[in-house]
Write a new protein. Structure first.
Length: 583
C-alpha cells in the first residue's frame, strides 16, 4: 500500500500494530485516530482504522475511511476488498461485487477478495457465477485449500453431491486436519445411493481420529448426588429460525421442571425471534458463541450438568470438539444429524425403532436409545396458511411436487420421479428450492428430467419464497409430494402433511432414508411407505387415481396430525424423560 507517511507516522503505525497484537484495540484505535487527524494523507492509519471500525459494527464509517484511502491510492487491492466488505454490510451488494472484482483485477491471486466475491454471489443465488470465480482462482493456485473448500460448498449447494464429495476429498488431501471439510464430507455422503452404510460408518470413525476430537485429557465430570433435579444441557448452533428449532422447542416447553432443570448452550452468532422464544423456554441460557471449547467445557462442568445432549452432530456450527472434552458424565446426540458421530465421548444416540431398526447398532459408536413411538415431535408454524382443496379439482391434472433441499435431488431421484410422471398421464411436477434461482442450476435439473423422457413443459421450477407462510402456501399448488431418497425429508415432510399434502416415501436402510417411514407410520399413513422403486411408483399411481381420497386427506389433515405422536409433545417428552432417568 502506497503511504504518504512521515517517520513519525510509521512509528505510530508500528506501535498501533503492537497494540493490536496484544488485543489492546481501544488503545490502538486512539493512536490511529490521532495519526489520521495529524496526517490525513497517512493511508496506513486510515486503512487500519477502517478495519477496526468495521469490526466495531460501523460499516458506514469504515466505508468512508476506505474511500479516503482509495483517493490516495486508487489501485490498492486490500482497500478495495475491505470496501467491498463494508458495502456488503450496508446491504449494497452490487457495489460490493464491483469492488471485489476491482480488487481481483489488481491482484488476481487475492484469496480474500475472491472468496468474499464468491460467497456474496452464492448468497445472492448466483451459484454458477460463484463456482466460476472460485475455479478461476484454483487455476491460478492449485494448492489453495481455502478456494477448494469454498468450491466444494458451492457444488454441494447446487445439489451436485458427488462433485462436492470429490471436492471435499481434495481439500482433505491437501489438509487432512481441515475439520469443516471433513464434517461436510460426512454429511455429503448421505445424499447419494453410491455410498454404503459400511463406507459411511468407516468415514465417521476415520473423522473421529482427527486431532480436533483428541483434546488434552481433562478430568471426567462426576455425577451429582441422586435425589436432586436432573440437569439436562442442550447444546446447539440452531437455537434460531432453523428446522431443529421446530423439534426441540416443544420438548423444552414440556419438560417436567419438578424432576429436570434445563440448560441451553447456544452457539448462535445471529440470534433472532426464535432464539428469544427458546431462551424463555429454558431455565438457564448460556451463550457460547465465540467461547473456546476449553472455556465452554468449564462452564458446563461448573453448571453441574448430568446429561449433555448435542443437537447438531457433524452439521454446520456444531461443537463436537467440545463434547470430546467430556464436560458431562453422560453425553448424547439427538435430532440434528441423521447418523452416528463416531466419537467415543458420546455415549448414546436417541432414535426410534422405525428410523433405526434392530441391527443398526453395528454402524454406531454410540449405544442407541429407541423412544417407544417417534424419535421426535414437531411444532407446526403458527402462521401456516389455512388448508385449501387439492389443486387437481381446478386444474384437472395431478401436480406432484418436492420442496426438499436440492442436495437430496439426485439423478436417481429424478429418474424415479420421471417414471411417476410418465405413468400418470397429463401430470405435472413443481420443484422448489432457493438454489433454483440460478438459471444454470435450474437448467441442469430440467435437463435431467428431459433425459428421462419428460418434456420441460411438465416441470415447473420455483426459486423459493422469502417467508415461512409464503413457502407453505405453495403446497396449495401440489396434490401429492414425492419424497427424496436415500436422504428423506424431515421438516419438509412434516410441513407437507400439515398443509394437507400426502407424502410418498421410499424407505431404505439407514436413518436418513427412514425418517419418512417413521413420520408417516406415526401418522397412521404406512400405506404411503414404499420399500423399492416399483412400490413407490405403484403408490404414486394409486394415490393420483383417487381424487376423492385426496380431498378427504386434505380436509382431515391437521386433525390427524394432532392425534398422532408427531404432535404429542407432552407424551414424547415424558418418554424421553423416562429414557434419560433410566440412564
Amino acid at each position: 500500500m502506497a503511504c504518504r507517511e512521515t517517520i513519525d507516522s510509521q512509528a505510530r503505525l508500528r506501535y498501533a500494530d503492537i497494540l493490536l497484537r496484544k488485543g489492546m484495540q481501544d488503545e490502538a484505535r486512539e493512536v490511529l485516530r490521532q495519526t489520521a487527524r495529524e496526517e490525513p494523507s497517512c493511508a496506513g492509519a486510515l486503512y487500519l482504522l477502517a478495519v477496526l471500525r468495521g469490526g466495531d459494527g460501523c460499516p458506514g464509517e469504515a466505508a468512508d475511511l476506505l474511500q479516503q484511502v482509495l483517493l490516495l491510492d486508487p489501485g490498492d487491492a486490500k482497500s478495495l476488498n475491505a470496501l467491498g466488505v463494508a458495502l456488503q454490510e450496508l446491504g449494497r451488494a452490487e457495489e460490493a461485487c464491483t469492488r471485489y472484482r476491482e480488487a481481483l483485477a489488481r491482484e488476481p491471486r487475492s484469496e480474500q477478495a475472491r472468496v468474499n466475491l464468491a460467497l456474496l454471489l452464492k448468497r445472492e443465488g448466483r451459484l454458477s457465477d460463484s463456482e466460476r470465480v472460485l475455479a478461476e482462482g484454483i487455476a491460478l493456485d492449485q494448492g489453495s485449500v481455502w478456494l477448494r473448500y469454498n468450491l466444494a460448498n458451492v457444488l454441494h449447494h447446487q445439489g451436485r453431491s458427488l462433485d462436492a464429495t470429490a471436492a471435499y476429498r481434495e481439500v482433505l488431501r491437501l489438509d487432512p486436519e481441515h475439520l469443516d471439510a471433513r464434517q461436510n464430507l460426512l454429511f455429503a455422503l448421505h445424499y447419494s445411493p453410491q455410498f454404503s452404510d459400511r463406507q459411511i460408518f468407516a468415514e465417521h470413525l476415520r473423522a473421529a481420529r482427527r486431532r480436533a476430537f483428541r483434546p488434552l485429557p481433562t478430568p471426567c465430570a462426576k455425577p451429582r448426588p441422586r435425589g436432586e433435579r436432573i440437569r439436562i444441557g442442550y447444546l446447539s448452533p440452531d437455537f434460531r429460525e432453523h428446522a431443529v428449532a421446530s423439534f426441540i422447542e416443544p420438548v423444552l416447553r414440556e419438560h417436567d421442571r419438578g424432576r429436570f432443570e434445563i440448560f441451553c448452550y447456544a452457539n448462535v452468532s445471529r440470534p433472532d425471534r426464535t432464539t428469544e422464544r427458546l431462551k424463555e423456554a429454558s431455565d438457564t441460557w448460556r451463550d457460547i458463541s465465540g467461547v473456546t471449547d476449553e472455556a465452554a467445557a468449564g462452564m458446563i462442568e461448573a453448571d453441574g450438568i448430568d446429561i449433555l445432549i448435542d443437537l447438531a452432530g457433524h452439521t454446520s456450527g456444531n461443537r463436537l470438539p467440545l463434547l470430546a472434552r467430556r464436560p458431562a458424565p453422560l453425553q448424547l446426540t439427538w435430532i440434528g444429524y441423521p447418523d452416528t458421530t463416531g466419537l467415543a465421548a458420546i455415549d448414546y444416540r436417541i432414535t426410534d425403532r422405525l428410523a433405526d431398526p434392530p441391527g443398526r447398532e453395528r454402524y454406531h459408536s454410540e449405544r442407541l436409545i429407541r423412544l417407544p413411538r417417534s424419535f421426535s415431535c414437531y411444532l407446526p408454524p403458527e402462521d401456516a396458511p389455512t388448508l385449501a382443496p387439492p389443486p387437481c379439482g381446478g386444474s384437472g391434472r395431478i401436480t406432484f411436487g418436492s420442496f426438499n433441499n436440492l442436495s437430496k435431488v439426485t439423478p436417481e431421484v429424478i429418474e424415479l420421479w420421471s417414471r411417476v410422471l410418465r405413468a400418470v398421464p397429463g401430470s405435472g411436477f413443481l420443484i422448489k428450492g432457493r438454489p433454483l434461482t440460478d438459471r444454470e442450476v435450474s437448467g441442469r435439473i430440467l435437463g435431467l428430467f428431459e433425459s428421462f423422457g419428460i418434456e420441460p413443459g411438465r416441470v415447473e421450477i420455483s426459486g423459493g419464497e422469502p417467508s415461512t407462510r409464503e413457502h407453505l402456501a405453495q403446497y396449495r399448488r401440489v396434490d401429492i409430494a414425492l419424497d427424496t431418497f436415500p436422504y428423506n425429508g424431515t421438516t419438509t415432510t412434516c410441513e407437507a402433511l400439515w398443509m394437507g399434502v400426502p407424502v410418498i416415501t421410499l424407505s431404505g436402510t439407514r436413518h436418513a432414508s427412514r425418517t419418512g417411514a417413521s413420520i408417516l407410520a406415526n401418522c397412521g399413513l404406512s400405506d404411503l411407505i414404499a420399500t423399492d422403486g416399483d412400490g413407490y411408483l405403484e403408490i404414486a399411481c394409486r394415490v393420483a387415481g383417487d381424487r376423492e381420497r385426496l380431498r378427504g386427506f386434505r380436509e382431515g389433515a391437521r386433525e390427524r396430525l394432532m392425534r398422532s405422536p408427531l404432535l404429542d409433545a407432552a407424551g414424547i417428552t415424558r418418554e424421553l424423560e423416562a429414557a434419560l432417568e433410566g440412564l
